[in-house]
Design a binder for this molecule. Structure first.
Ligand SMILES: Nc1ncnc2c1ncn2[C@@H]1O[C@H](COP(=O)(O)OP(=O)(O)OP(=O)(O)O)[C@@H](O)[C@H]1O
Length: 316
């Protein structure tokens, strides 16, 4: 559905401080299969939105090529545009106009043969029929997000771009939206979504790429990626993380200190734990807490970039 190679975008801004350039995307390859949910996971400022906007024909790449739904992104942008739906991070739902009218307008803009019917269908599909005649400002965050997706889908595109679809939603609305995105996949729509939520990427995506500073640092299924940094993570909280790390180094594949936390990467946590605790006790290192977990996508991010996704987000 999408084959992209070497996508690049640099932004130049001029202000009183002078000319500033930001290399937002620095050579991204992407391969999205038909009917899959593909995720672009990364911290704030990683280049997710810029990548999606290039693929959605909204900004022109400085370099690179892409074929989307069988059409060349640069040579046939109008054909590409007809085959995709795009839902921006902000959502694009008007406050003063009701949902039905907004969806109907999108259907007309796209030249849908029977806009009334297409609107009614998409309203029904997203559980919006009851709310269809209320102005945008009276809808909840989750309802607005569903209207935005309905606007993006009313012309029945085979490919949908969702830029951070669940940011700001409460857990119940996020779960609801995940179900609806999964239903899209079942009906054959390919979905490319960006997110900075690890659990979202893990729960929803068939495959994903992790981006950082405009580059792809890892790609695969969530299970493959986690297998790459295989094994378990033992997280120990202590006042002496450096000393604890030195003590357990020989028993671990890798250790990482993060404030008062020591992460110990081992092949088999259950078996490694007793030996680890014994060694720490012998050295007189006191612990305030112990946790044993399977590796997560954050551990993949940490292994590839040396930072956790949370830290990377905070630094951006
Ligand atoms: N129009 C623009 N002009 C100048 N700089 C830009 C522009 N758009 C994006 N950037 C910069 O490019 C970098 C990547 O931005 P982008 O929006 O693609 O990141 P993102 O991964 O989507 O982040 P977020 O999760 O915060 O939306 C950032 O440093 C951003 O400030």
């Amino acid at each position: 559905m999408i084959q992209a190679h070497g996508l690049r975008k640099t932004f130049t801004t001029r202000s009183r401080k002078g000319v500033q350039t930001v290399e937002a995307v620095r050579g991204v390859d992407l391969d999205v299969e038909k009917g899959e949910i593909f995720g672009v996971l990364g911290p704030n400022g990683a280049g997710k939105t810029t990548t999606i906007r290039m693929l959605a024909t909204l900004i022109t790449p400085d370099a690179g090529t892409a074929v989307i739904a069988g059409h060349d992104l640069l040579k046939e942008p109008a054909a590409v545009r007809r085959r995709l739906g795009y839902v921006s991070q902000a959502g694009g739902v008007e406050d003063t106009v009701n949902a039905r009218a907004q969806i109907m307008m999108a259907a007309r803009i796209h030249g849908v043969a029977d806009p009334g019917r297409a609107t009614a269908e998409v309203l029904d599909r997203f559980g919006l029929t009851e709310l269809a005649d209320r102005p945008g400002r009276t809808l909840s965050g989750g309802q607005k997000r569903r209207v935005a997706i309905a606007i993006g889908l009313v012309h029945g595109p085979p490919l949908l771009f969702l830029d951070e679809p669940t940011t700001g939603l409460d857990p119940q609305n996020r779960a609801n939206l995940w179900d609806r995105i999964r239903q899209l996949r079942e009906s054959g729509t390919s979905v490319l979504l960006s997110t900075h939520y690890l659990d979202e990427a893990d729960a929803l995506c068939d495959r994903l790429m992790i981006v950082d500073h405009g580059l792809v640092v890892a790609e695969g299924t969530p299970a493959d990626l986690k297998r790459e940094v295989s094994g378990d993570v033992i997280t120990l909280r202590t006042d002496q993380p450096g000393r604890a790390a030195d003590t357990v180094k020989a028993l671990a594949r890798e250790t990482r200190v993060d404030d008062d936390l020591l992460r110990v990467y081992v092949d088999d946590g259950e078996h490694a734990l007793p030996g680890l605790l014994r060694a720490l006790e012998e050295q007189g290192v006191a612990l305030t807490s112990i946790a044993l977990d399977r590796s997560t996508l954050d551990d993949v991010f940490l292994a590839k970039t040396g930072r956790t996704l949370r830290d990377a987000g905070a630094a951006a």
